[in-house]
Design a protein around this ligand. Structure first.
Ligand SMILES: Cc1cc2nc3c(=O)[nH]c(=O)nc-3n(C[C@H](O)[C@H](O)[C@H](O)COP(=O)(O)OP(=O)(O)OC[C@H]3O[C@@H](n4cnc5c(N)ncnc54)[C@H](O)[C@@H]3O)c2cc1C
Length: 174
């Protein structure tokens, strides 16, 4: 217990989109204390938009074809994607209690094609694991071990052993 406490780090994740939540899950599973901050009042707002038109989560094609969908980034991404491939993603979703099906296009969808049930179960699992969420905190400053947030007009300074930036694409590039 003492050893665990000595090696446990405090990690800030800025951005409560899918990338931030996935980072938080991995870091928390490694035994660290995770605080997720987001400018918006709730998590994964863009991800929820994906559920409006029917959210696909991955593709069922063979890895050799799948990786080519990343075009010039395929080589760079081959290690992480082969370590957490489409099958692993489906297993991860099934673990959250969400069933999937493969559409005629080969794309994989949650059975009800919605993002909200998946998000609800995911957030619960993260909270139950100890991940703490701080919404309405907009990052306005950053140094090696410190983040400055604007929270309802107040400046909030938070220190951490590590900081993960998962803030999505800049406005106008998505
Ligand atoms: C209409 C639509 C349909 C889509 N359909 C699909 C689909 O079917 N399947 C699929 O896989 N993908 C789909 N996508 C894409 C998917 O939603 C994105 O790829 C995904 O949300 C990107 O995740 P992210 O975590 O990188 O970024 P985001 O989801 O953009 O999350 C970034 C987070 O960072 C926060 N943030 C930004 N700046 C700051 C700051 N300064 N301080 C604090 N917080 C900050 C934002 O508030 C946000 O919550 C769709 C997107 C849209 C818009």
């Amino acid at each position: 217990m003492q050893d665990a406490l000595q090696t446990q780090k405090t990690v800030i994740v800025v951005g409560a989109g899918p990338a931030g939540l996935m980072s938080a899950e991995g870091i928390c599973a490694a035994g660290h204390q995770v605080h997720v901050y987001d400018a918006k009042p709730s998590a994964c707002r863009k991800f929820l938009l994906a559920g409006v038109g029917g959210m696909n989560i991955t593709h069922s094609e063979a890895y050799s074809e799948f990786i080519q969908r990343y075009y010039d980034k395929a080589e760079w991404l081959s290690t992480p994607i082969s370590q957490f491939n489409a099958d692993a993603l489906c297993e991860w979703i099934h673990d959250l209690g969400i069933e999937t099906f493969v559409g005629t296009s080969g794309r994989v969808f949650p059975k009800d094609m919605k993002a909200a049930p998946l998000l609800r179960n995911w957030l619960k699992r993260l909270r139950d694991s100890g991940v703490q969420f701080h919404m309405r905190h907009k990052m306005v400053g950053l140094s090696a071990n410190e983040v400055v947030f604007d929270h309802a007009g107040d400046s909030v300074v938070v220190q951490a052993d590590a900081i993960v930036l998962a803030m999505g694409e800049p406005v106008g590039q998505s």
